[in-house]
Write a protein that binds this ligand. Structure first.
Ligand code: CU
Ligand code: CU
Length: 388
């Protein structure tokens, strides 16, 4: 698609505010960032001019802006991945039953080196792209990865076409489970935030994913009631169970338009941008990334190691990526290769991450490795997309 069309689509989405809801500052910042990106690349060479130009760039769109037919084809392709056989050997993960599970396995295996680290944003960018490639190459999907536009629905996620439980949604809340107490977040040992029970807690009961099966984990679930433990301590054994959710307004408040707009505008270094996005738990702030996960809740939404087991994960992480992309493009010269942080997400941060560090999705997802440098631009490396 030509960039001029992308620009007009992005502008229409903020000024027309058709099916997407009220005008939103984060959308305006995304549109501004697209203008600046266009201006930048009219004067500077594109990173991969032979494979990605502003004339063939893909456009990732808001779920709310997709037609019902487009939503159905996405849903169909996600379900297709869950039917295709796994490539991960049973000796590695006996619980991996599908191509979808191949993705979950690599997230589980790498969980402690991709969260709270220098590669967090680029790793998850690559991961979401790999999912999009699998949908397109293995399941015949013709569109691109949509995003769940947090701020439009922070007051009521279940009002969104993404979580409304209709047959063109990603299914809605779990069944209500009464008499639950709050849980400590991020953990019982570090009880910085009291996370109150949401409006669900049980299995998803309507929409396309009511019969979805989670096969792996749990590993780090903080939710109540606790999910059935995995037969293996590494969480890779076979543990089939329902998709549970627990929609939380306490958490979605951390993804409101004003919070996310402030994140983009007020943080001029990658260090502070990452810190605020990722949450400052000791100050009682979940931040938009974790707030978005806990908006969904359930044994998948609140379990940071096994979270991709919920298929809503990818539209949430596409929104994380859109916010990162917006932030980068507002000052491309200064931010296109900005990196900070360590290589370990637990205990000591380890060595500092560098642009030459390799991003891998392991052996069985089926995409090669890229460097962090290559994953820094959505129009460089293997990527060729922008956000409307
Ligand atoms: Cu992750
Ligand atoms: Cu995440």
């Amino acid at each position: 698609m030509k960039l001029s069309n992308v620009l007009s689509m992005a502008l229409a989405s903020i000024t027309g505010a058709k099916s997407i809801g009220k005008p939103n500052e984060v959308d305006a910042l995304a549109a501004e960032s697209l203008h600046r990106m266009n201006a930048y690349y009219s004067e500077n060479p594109l990173p991969s001019p032979r494979t990605c130009t502003l004339d063939n760039v893909a456009v990732r769109r808001d779920w709310s802006a997709l037609s019902k037919q487009e939503r159905r084809s996405y849903i169909k392709a996600v379900k297709c991945l869950a039917k295709l056989p796994a490539k991960t050997p049973a000796a590695i993960a006996s619980g991996a039953k599908s191509r979808y599970d191949d993705l979950v396995v690599t997230h589980i295996l790498q969980a402690f080196t991709i969260h709270g680290t220098a590669n967090f944003l680029t790793w998850h960018r690559y991961y979401t792209w790999a999912f999009e490639q699998m949908l397109r190459n293995e399941c015949g999907y013709k569109g691109y990865q949509p995003y769940y536009n947090w701020g439009h629905w922070a007051d009521d996620p279940e009002a969104s076409p993404f979580f409304d439980g209709s047959d063109t949604s990603m299914s809605g809340d779990g069944a209500y489970v009464a008499n639950r107490s709050s849980v400590c977040f991020p953990s019982a040992e570090m009880c910085y935030i009291q996370l109150q029970p949401g409006s669900g807690g049980g299995c998803v009961t309507s929409g396309p994913f009511k019969d979805w099966t989670i096969n792996l984990g749990p590993l780090a679930a903080v939710s109540l009631p606790p999910p059935t433990p995995n037969p293996q301590p590494n969480g890779l054994g076979y543990n089939p169970r329902c998709l549970s959710r627990d929609i939380s307004l306490q958490s979605s408040a951390e993804t409101s338009d004003s919070v996310v707009a402030a994140l983009i505008k007020d943080n001029t270094t990658i260090t502070s941008f990452q810190t605020v996005l990722g949450g400052e738990f000791a100050q009682g702030k979940m931040g938009p990334h974790v707030g978005g996960h806990n908006t969904i809740g359930g044994d998948a939404g609140s379990d940071f190691i096994n979270s991709p087991a919920d298929p809503a994960f990818f539209a949430h992480h596409a929104m994380v990526d859109r916010v990162y992309w917006t932030w980068q493009n507002l000052d491309l010269e200064g931010r296109k290769e900005a990196i900070a942080g360590g290589t370990s997400g637990v205990g000591e941060p380890g060595e500092a991450g560098t642009l030459e560090d390799v991003t891998t999705l392991g052996e069985w997802v089926g995409v090669g490795n890229v460097t962090i440098r290559e994953a820094m631009s959505t129009v460089g490396g293997p990527f060729c997309y922008v956000y409307a």
